[in-house]
Design a protein around this ligand. Structure first.
Ligand code: DAH
Length: 343
């Protein structure tokens, strides 16, 4: 060991002891001045490097600079230690690393679509109503002009709780429930979950969501229905999408229609998305049947009204190009996270 090496080793040992012994900020500051200040032994040695024989200069310079860096780090470390020790009991330790980020949830894509559709109809004056998921057979079918033993009942495979009670197969029963307690004019929207006892596949689930809409007054016409649906399509899917009414049959409307919207993927010329028809079905609708008014206690010739029912799942699938309804119910976060920020 050279004389210089010995001197550095001695200096390091003494400095470390002094830093370790500093019990408060003032003593530590005094140590810093004594160890690294202009008149410190270390600074003197560094100044002397230039006068050393050339062969020793570089090694001595490196060793002294390393000591200087180490002492500065030791001083800083001791300063942190003293500050931590001086902290009042229970204080938050701001020097600790931050907590791992809390994973944020997001709205389910079906809820996003549900809220958006309700908002659009709200802007047209519709109020939001609710109906029960566990429904009387009477409201689900009879009051909606499904005669007993009529084959139309079979078109909606039903989960029965008892002879008189079922899980609603559609949101339409809310029409009668709302009309029973309110008098026209009324324009309502009823979102809800519906249940059907059928095999599931890419386009069928045993639980899914619908939105029922209806408007009743003295002179409501099919033209009002058309304008309302067009407005909804313009806002939800973008302006300029054509719609068309196709004759259909529902027991609770007369006339009844299915509403189609021009396919955006092919612009109407026909493609795989629309089954080569150029059109996508978006809802069932029609003019409320007089028997439904009668069931609700309205004089059948006093009012007219339209009603429509749309499948939220189907609308969501159309909007985002989802090709399997079951994806909405599997709760696979890899799927659901794609809709973060959609609302
Ligand atoms: N409830 C029908 C269904 O589930 C949908 C529907 C069609 C609702 C026509 C309506 C309507 O209000 O007028 O298939």
């Amino acid at each position: 060991m050279s004389v210089m090496d010995e001197q550095i080793a001695r200096l390091r040992a003494a400095a470390e002891a002094r830093i370790g012994a500093a019990a408060d900020g003032a003593t530590l500051e005094a140590a810093r001045v004594a160890l690294l200040g202009r008149r410190s032994e270390l600074t003197q040695l560094l100044r002397g490097v230039k006068d050393l024989p050339e062969a020793e200069r570089r090694v001595a310079g490196d060793a002294l600079n390393r000591l200087k860096t180490d002492l500065a780090a030791g001083l800083a470390e001791r300063e942190r230690g003293l500050a931590l020790a001086a902290r009042p009991a229970g204080a938050v330790d701001l020097t600790l690393p931050g907590a791992p980020p809390v994973p944020l949830g997001s709205l389910h894509p079906l809820l996003v679509v549900l809220e958006e559709i309700c908002d659009i109809f709200h802007s047209m004056g519709f109020t939001r109503e609710e109906g029960p998921d566990v429904e009387l057979d009477y409201y689900n079918f009879t009051a909606l002009n499904f005669p007993d033993d009529h084959p139309a009942r079979d078109s909606q495979d039903t989960f029965y709780v008892s002879d008189a009670v079922c899980l609603r197969t559609q949101t339409s029963p809310a029409q009668v429930r709302v009309m029973e307690r309110r008098t026209p004019p009324l324009s309502c929207i009823v979102p809800g979950r519906v249940y059907r006892n059928e095999a599931t596949d890419a386009s069928h689930a045993s639980e899914f969501f619908q939105i029922e809409g209806f408007s009743v007054d003295r002179d409501v016409s099919l033209a009002d229905l058309r304008a309302t649906v067009q407005q909804f399509v313009d806002v939800f899917f973008g302006a300029g999408r054509k719609i068309r009414f196709r004759p259909h049959y529902f027991p609770f409307t007369e006339p009844s229609v299915e509403v189609d919207m021009a396919c955006a993927s092919c612009g109407g010329s026909g493609c795989a998305v629309c089954g080569r028809t150029g059109w996508l079905e978006i809802m069932g609708a029609g003019m409320i049947h007089p028997n439904v008014f009668a069931a609700a206690g309205y004089a059948p010739d006093a009012y007219t009204g339209y009603a429509f029912g749309l499948g939220i799942d189907r609308i969501a699938m159309l909007r985002w190009g989802v090709d399997d309804i079951r994806l909405f119910y599997e709760n696979d976060l890899r799927f659901l996270h794609q809709f973060r920020g959609a609302w």
